[in-house]
Ligand binder design. Structure first.
Ligand SMILES: [Zn+2]
Length: 364
């Protein structure tokens, strides 16, 4: 685990904690039902705690304390309000549970479930279900189903005798349909993905730069890894461990040019590093990586903004996680993703490198 995926939101610095409390107070004054389940607020003068949407008369700000959960408010000695029943599951928790049940149904079903079937099982209209599903998972039910199939194929490619067999095992009803989607889902064709990059031709170079060591690896389709590290040996063994069955080739002239471009960009990040990429990831990860590539050098965007640009404003954690899973430093500029308050948050290759990359981009 790295810092970004482990804890993008907690570990709040004092100013961030103040901003969070302020946002929560705003939600309480609006009686925002969407904030239910995110926190509760307790009132020191009454000893009672409430959901943000509680219809009772608003307390004074100086008497209000926020808690992450009902349990914490109880532990601090508060009683649940009898009007809003903050200790009972909220409607939001209830539909979140129904979406999770739908995810399980999709995962366990041998055939594709229709939107209507899923919505009916969840007791919601198709439109409402689609919206709730997207808010919880960050994906439409259809995209989620595709991702589930892709995971099954990845798992079965390791053991199946043929790729076709693996595809049928995974629930795709024709090989043609799978191949149409395969590159987007796997980041490489199923033949190439099979068995740790068997049949894959990989060139790589470990170079020293002013941010330490960097390994750059490429398939014949494009760059598949750019990673920083502190020793050349570790980086070389990481590449070999990631593609244990690949055939490693000596760098050719084209690859050497790519390496030079990457190193040049690290030292002086200007414009866009437009090299061919060959990335493995889910549909959602690819969408986040594309959104990162659209952030110009010298600018940043928060995880919240990126989630908004994807049309999935609640998928903030999933966005932070996709940023943290980026396999190609700089080429997919995940260092330009920051917290909502402008703080750097984590970086897969160390926060000092992130800060330095951003500093270089802002140099005249
Ligand atoms: Zn209440």
């Amino acid at each position: 685990m790295n810092a970004e995926s482990a804890a993008p939101l907690p570990n709040a610095a004092p100013t961030e904690a103040c901003q969070l409390a302020e946002r929560r107070w705003q939600a309480v004054t609006r009686r925002d039902p969407l904030a239910d389940g995110e926190f509760v607020y307790a009132v020191s003068t009454t000893g009672v705690y409430c959901r943000p949407s509680c219809p009772s008369r608003a307390a004074k700000r100086e008497h209000v304390t926020f808690f992450e959960s009902s349990d914490l408010a109880v532990a601090a000695g508060y009683r649940p309000c009898k009007r809003c029943r903050p200790d009972a599951p909220s409607s939001r928790q209830k539909w979140t549970e129904r979406v999770i049940a739908a995810c399980r149904a999709i995962e366990q079903s041998a055939s594709a479930l229709t939107l209507d079937q899923l919505a009916q099982q969840a007791g919601m209209s198709a439109h409402h279900f689609q919206r709730r599903f997207k808010a919880v998972t960050g994906l439409s039910p259809k995209a989620f189903h595709k991702a589930v199939l892709a995971r099954r194929v990845v798992a079965s490619l390791q053991s199946a005798h043929t790729v076709t067999e693996a595809i049928y095992d995974a629930g795709f009803n024709s090989t043609g349909r799978f191949y149409e989607n395969a590159s987007a889902l796997l980041g490489m064709s199923p033949d190439r993905y099979r068995k740790g990059g068997a049949g894959e031709h990989i060139r790589y170079a470990v170079e020293s730069c002013t941010l330490g060591w960097v390994v750059i690896a490429a398939t014949r389709q494009g760059i598949c890894a750019i990673e920083f590290g502190d020793t050349a040996q570790t980086l070389a063994s990481q590449v070999q461990a990631r593609f244990p069955r690949a055939q490693f080739e000596p760098p050719d002239a084209e690859f050497t040019r790519w390496v030079a471009r990457v190193i040049g960009y690290i030292e002086q990040p200007r414009g866009v590093l437009d090299l061919p990429l060959d990335l493995q990831g889910t549909v959602f990860q690819h969408r986040v990586w594309q959104a990162l590539q659209a952030i110009p050098a010298g600018q940043t965007a928060s995880y919240t903004e990126i989630a908004g640009r994807l049309g999935q404003p609640r998928a903030v954690r999933a966005v932070a996680h996709a940023c943290a899973s980026n396999p190609v430093a700089v080429a997919v500029p995940c260092h330009r993703a920051v917290r909502a308050d402008g703080k750097l948050a984590g970086y897969r290759w160390g926060i000092a490198r992130k800060a330095e990359l951003l500093r270089r981009e802002n140099e005249d």
